[in-house]
Ligand binder design. Structure first.
Ligand code: GAL
Length: 658
């Protein structure tokens, strides 16, 4: 199977989305000159070029792309070639309105922006396949081609009639009989019983709360329907070029796509990461998404897009201060990226993204953005041979699952303030602050290689996943588990007792009486810390250890944190310092050591292969103690026992010991 290794060939890929169709051809020469100057070795072509290649149905205008492919090859720049199927031209919507998505209320999502296609539309699929076929045939032998990039951030949702037919087919395959579907969806409730398959619809705009299992299945279906579009195009390009790896770029930790399932269908896992430069925890967020993507890839991954400076889709869009782009890029490399790419190479002058930064900004080659691009390109070239293809080891896994996320995010739940991604982020942050190397895993994955497992919050867990957790602890593993976990089965049916009995036994919970979600910006005092978001009225089993109890309110005196053997249950979300301490205790007890001890608070240490990355997330000068002598691959200098790091400073150290 082809992989990122084939494309990277011992280097870090560096470059970005290149949209030359927005520019006159004389600019292309200038682009190439500056790309060479910046060490760009990879560009993504064609993402939004459908209308340019097929300006009218069936037309093929490949001449401009031929010239670009040749130009890139002449300068030694590899091409990540996109199938342009993310953004159908206006003619498609005008001639085939049934390809346009319908929103929940039945309104049409029109062309004039991008991504206006219904994944279930046979017409869309036919045109997409035909274009993919011709594109693949034309460039199969082209020496510039390094990676296929299918579509772009598959994310559309559609509630149209075509989707309804497809949804029914999907449901039929899942349930077999209508009786089984009625049973799974609990349609005895509110007179929702279905008498015929044809009555079933996508969960459209309704009078009141929708059937939660129908909504859950629709999320599962939508992820699968989009994946069918991906695999159809993947199979076409793979037939032409079995040696070229195929990817599609994910939005990370995005609810629309079960990335575990998708990653298994890709040769390269790639992702688009846009931390907010104003976020004081942006570095941790970047680390978390890198860990998640590396876990999905089970190895090196591709950072397909990030921003050199500002994005243009937040309310207030700040540029990255000098050095932050470099820091986060090298952090991604430390955590397994073998490609550091951007949206986009040259900042657009027109269209909706003209205020979105580029590697080459409006200020041009003398601007800060390009200066930083050039520096990073040179540094990635310097460290590439030592880092590309190497592994990042981790002893701790965080469990994350789309099914649980989807099911938990339902109407009519105990609290609208429970934000799945925020809870995952807080637990990952606790590990990050402890300097613990971390991976992500799905709840039914093999866990025996991990010394500790963290479950931030998995509302829905299937039987296999529950048995997996129980077996992990029985086998000597340490498990720490957050609140409101193991509540529902795969059909979103509440488990008897309100929480699965195997898990209650595992943690030493005799009875789960009630959930007591907390109001916004309030906290409940517990022994030694304050809990936020959630609390639970629990009764401990006799042999359970109450690690901490609630101190105030209705739950005063009842257990907040419970432990039985290697399994710890945390029924609230402790404030960050407490969660950090709690997680630190668990991982230490499991024998997990931080990557490097005694670090200044603002410095992150990551080991990748034989290299030690030191990443300084602060602006004041700090000194890091690292016993021994090392070469800093970024500067070529030898450092002994101590490394000084300035604002957003980074060192990439290789021991000089033989
Ligand atoms: C991504 C997308 C790019 C560009 C970028 C802007 O979601 O794939 O095409 O729009 O966002 O941040």
């Amino acid at each position: 199977m082809p992989s990122l290794r084939d494309a990277a060939r011992g280097r870090i890929l560096f470059g970005g989305d290149y949209n030359p169709e927005q520019w006159p051809e004389e600019v292309w020469e200038d682009d190439v000159r500056l790309m060479k100057e910046a060490g760009v070795n990879s560009v993504t072509l064609g993402v939004f070029s459908w209308a340019k290649i097929e300006p009218r149905p069936g037309a093929r205008e490949f001449g401009w792309l031929d010239r670009l492919m040749d130009l890139m090859h002449a300068h030694g720049i590899g091409v990540v070639l996109a199938t342009p199927t993310t953004s159908p031209p206006p003619w498609m919507g005008a001639r085939h309105p049934e390809t346009l998505p319908r929103a929940e209320d039945g309104s049409i999502v029109w062309y004039g922006s991008r991504q206006q296609f219904c994944a279930s539309s046979p017409v869309y699929r036919r045109y997409a396949a035909a274009l993919t076929e011709d594109l693949a045939a034309r460039y199969a032998e082209h020496p510039a081609l390094t990676v296929w990039h299918i579509n772009n951030e598959y994310c559309t949702h559609c509630w149209c009639d075509e989707t309804a037919v497809h949804f029914r087919r999907w449901l039929c395959a899942r349930y077999g009989t209508l009786d089984a579907l009625n049973e799974a969806w609990g349609t005895a409730f509110w007179s929702q019983h279905y008498d015929s398959w044809s009555e079933i619809l996508p969960p459209r705009k309704a009078q009141y709360m929708k059937n939660p299992t129908q909504v859950l299945d629709f999320k599962r279906f939508t992820s699968d329907a989009l994946m069918e579009c991906f695999t159809a195009e993947r199979d076409i390009v793979a037939r032409h070029t079995p040696h070229i790896p195929v990817t599609t770029n994910f939005m990370p930790l995005w609810s629309g796509q079960d990335a575990w399932a998708w990653a298994a269908e890709e040769d390269i896992v790639s992702v688009d990461i846009y931390p907010d430069p104003r976020d004081p925890w942006g570095g941790q967020y970047n680390a978390m998404l890198a860990d998640m993507t590396r876990s999905q890839a089970a190895g090196p991954w591709m950072l397909m897009e990030q921003a050199a400076g500002a994005v243009n889709w937040r309310g207030v869009n700040h540029p990255k201060p000098e050095g932050l782009n470099r820091l986060w890029s090298l952090q991604s490399v430390a955590r397994g990226a073998d490609a550091v790419c951007y949206f986009q190479w040259r900042q657009s002058r027109q269209g909706s993204e003209k205020f979105h930064s580029g590697m080459l900004g409006h200020a041009g080659e003398h601007g800060r953005a390009f200066r930083e691009t050039r520096r990073l390109g040179a540094e990635l070239a310097a460290i590439g041979p030592a880092v590309a293809g190497t592994a990042v080891a981790a002893d701790v896994a965080v469990l994350h699952d789309w099914d649980a996320w989807w099911a938990g995010a339902q109407e009519g739940s105990p609290s609208t303030l429970l934000d799945y991604t925020e809870v995952v982020r807080r637990w990952h942050r606790a590990l990050w602050e402890n300097g613990t190397a971390t991976e992500f895993a799905r709840p039914d994955a093999g866990l025996s290689r991990f010394k500790a497992v963290v479950v931030p919050h998995l509302y829905l867990l299937g039987d296999a996943a529950i048995d997996n957790l129980v077996a992990y602890v029985r086998g000597g593993g340490r498990l720490v588990c957050g609140f409101f976990t193991g509540i529902a089965d795969v059909d979103d049916r509440i488990r008897p007792g309100g929480m699965d009995v195997r898990l209650r036994e595992l943690f030493g919970i005799r009875t789960l009486h009630e959930w007591w979600p907390l109001e916004a910006d309030t906290a409940v005092q517990c022994d030694g810390f304050r809990g936020t978001v959630w609390s639970e009225e629990l009764e401990a089993a006799e042999d359970a250890e109450v690690v901490a109890a609630y101190r105030e309110g209705e739950l005063a005196g009842l257990p907040a944190v419970l432990r039985r053997g290697g399994a710890t249950y945390v029924s609230t979300l402790p404030e960050p310092p407490a969660l950090r301490a709690l997680v630190g205790d668990v991982v230490r007890a499991a024998g997990v050591r931080p990557v490097l001890s005694g670090l200044p608070e603002s410095v992150e240490a990551v080991r990748r292969g034989e290299l030690l990355f030191l990443l300084h997330h602060g602006r004041e000068m700090v000194t890091v103690t690292v016993p021994g002598a090392y070469e800093d691959l970024l500067t070529g200098r030898v450092v002994t026992d101590r490394v000084a790091l300035g604002r957003y400073g980074v060192a990439v150290l290789r021991s000089t010991a033989p």
